[in-house]
Design a protein around this ligand. Sequence first.
Ligand SMILES: NC(=O)c1ccc[n+]([C@@H]2O[C@H](COP(=O)([O-])OP(=O)(O)OC[C@H]3O[C@@H](n4cnc5c(N)ncnc54)[C@H](O)[C@@H]3O)[C@@H](O)[C@H]2O)c1
Length: 384
Amino acid sequence: MKIGVIGSGTMGSGIAQVAAQNGHLVYLIDTSQQALSKAKTNLSQTLNRLVDKEKITSEQAIQIGSSIQYSTDLNDLSPCGLVIEAIVENLSIKHELLKKLETVVSIDCVLASNTSSLSIASLGSILNNSNRIIGIHFFNPAPIMPLVEIIPAVQTSELVIESITEIIQKWGKTGVICKDTPGFIVNRVARPFYGEALRIYEEGIADFATIDWAMTHFGGFKMGPFTLMDYIGNDVNYSVTESVFESFYFDPRFKPSFTQKRHKEAGYFGRKSGRGYYDYTEGVELPMPNENEEIGILIFNRILAMLINEAIDAALMQVGTTEAIDLAMTKGVNYPKGLLKWADEIGLPKVLEQLEELFSTYGEDRYRPNALLRKMVKEQTNFY
Ligand SMILES: NC(=O)c1ccc[n+]([C@@H]2O[C@H](COP(=O)([O-])OP(=O)(O)OC[C@H]3O[C@@H](n4cnc5c(N)ncnc54)[C@H](O)[C@@H]3O)[C@@H](O)[C@H]2O)c1
């Protein structure tokens, strides 16, 4: 099957590489010739590195490189059986593209979007044949991150879901089916990792370095929340939070933080701007945490309880199965454990107790323990 990828930026170029590595002929389309040239140069450097590391042979590198055709002409996509769009995150621009695309491709070509925040149903609404729309959400960098969220819209046909699930599996990726709800699994369930860390900082309980230390030291997370936000970019991370908050009709669980907003407004984006929560100027030392065990455990328990509560809500609302929710967080954002498995290990009554304590201290809806958690504690059941 020939694959089309539209948008040759960060995600599109990575997705094109994944498809080419799996033996497809790929058409990579962009309106910008400059973006296409950059994607081509980057891919050739990546392939050379893979040859140097003996991950692929030089023949394979040539084969992969020559499997991608770069073009600014959408008409080149006519022979494709699957087209994945990874253009700018804007509903009207994506609509315009999908509408044009439908006039170019065959009637049975699947049209997929790599959107992080738009609803797949809204994207499909512009199509004449909307049962071919589906979300295929890769994580950055696409060739390395194993997780792919597969998001059928209400319009998507069973046949399309089956064929996409099969392709993603053939590409060696871990596909999880998610309901078409804001943030899908990962970008929804991960919100408290950032939001609760920011709240703890804002209340003056601890500084950035101490909160980061608590999560890496006690939780085994690869990066603490502030290091991770600086890595992702505070501009990008803030707009995901804002979009999830708005999409959930302003549920206080997802309320964005003024601290992050001010950092974004100041241009303190993180690593890419040289300064975020930390100063990345050469020679400047990172601040040391206060390694007070009592405070560290308090921080870790609070953030983890909020993460678990969110994962349980995703389970209650059937955004994904128990296994899908845990796989998504371990394979999509490298969490040390699936949150529902973690909840079982801690003991659901203990998690409920921690949340009830937060809820009674603050009296805020943000801390309400999930109904499924209450029910499971009452019935003395576990996720696994
Ligand atoms: N960056 C991430 O970490 C990430 C992760 C998962 C999903 N996404 C989603 O993937 C999509 C792309 O994100 P990105 O970070 O790769 O963006 P990007 O800015 O790196 O690349 C977008 C590319 O699309 C091109 N483009 C814009 N309009 C176009 C059009 N009408 N036709 C053809 N090409 C067009 C641009 O020239 C640019 O090269 C977005 O929907 C985003 O939400 C991003």
